[in-house]
Write a protein that binds this ligand. Structure first.
Ligand code: BG6
Ligand code: MG
Length: 217
């Protein structure tokens, strides 16, 4: 089946906001006396806000009420929003603009499947909001990654089958979601973490030459 769409994750694929999520979670965890390192962060890539908080609080010796959890999630998000305030087109990862051009030139649809409720602000800051034919609303998707729902939501919006779509992700949970949606997965990052992707690339600079060109044949 020929590909007709490419569906992108945002954080860690289009721009390095994955690092800002890490900083904000680490600051919160440390303020609670909980250890938090890059290995922990790898578990949280692609995972929604409250679920990420639950992962962190599970390492604490005390229990937190729902009201406290809401406050902590809000605190992390405020911190994250401060970190992303200055995002500009210069923060786009290498190869992303050429990747959009390659897709547009071939008439493929371009979708965004980010678990982040801050995604609209980030793509606006990057100056690429208009590039997308459809942006999934993370707040309206009941089951987060690794469930396929957010990728299927984008495919449905395009009137396409999963097999007609390519997904690009930096998170293990995201690659699982793409595969569960019946799509072809390009993983960006660590081959060990993303072993279940169809193609694994160390960085986005070679997305067109080693990713799109390879799957498009
Ligand atoms: C994902 C990130 O894209 O969005 C996660 O990989 C983050 O780290 C999740 O927790 C939710 O983001 P937000 O901005 O809605 O808290
Ligand atoms: Mg990501």
């Amino acid at each position: 089946m020929a590909f007709k769409a490419c569906i992108f994750d945002l954080d860690g694929v289009i721009t390095d906001t994955a690092h800002f999520h890490f900083l904000a979670w680490q600051r919160l965890a440390h303020s609670l006396g909980i250890a938090f390192d890059h290995a922990d962060n790898d578990q949280l890539k692609g995972v929604g806000r409250m679920q990420s908080l639950e992962y962190i609080l599970a390492k604490s010796s005390r229990a937190y009420s729902e009201a406290e959890k809401e406050t902590l999630a809000h605190q992390k998000n405020e911190d994250y929003k401060t970190l992303i305030q200055e995002i500009s087109p210069a923060d786009m990862l290498p190869g992303i603009l050429p990747a959009f051009d390659w897709l547009k030139a071939r008439g493929w649809k371009i979708g965004l499947a980010s678990a982040s409720r801050n995604a609209p602000v980030v793509i606006e800051g990057l100056g690429i909001a208009k590039v997308f034919d459809y942006v999934a609303d993370a707040g309206a998707i009941p089951n987060g990654k690794p469930a396929p729902d957010i990728f299927l939501d984008v495919a449905n919006a395009f009137g396409l089958e999963g097999g007609e779509c390519l997904g690009v992700e930096d998170a293990a949970a995201g690659v699982t979601a793409i595969k569960a949606a019946g799509m072809t997965a390009i993983g960006i990052g660590d081959a060990y973490v993303l072993a279940h992707a169809d193609i694994i690339l160390p960085q986005t600079g070679i997305l067109v030459s080693e990713g799109f060109e390879k799957v498009a044949g």
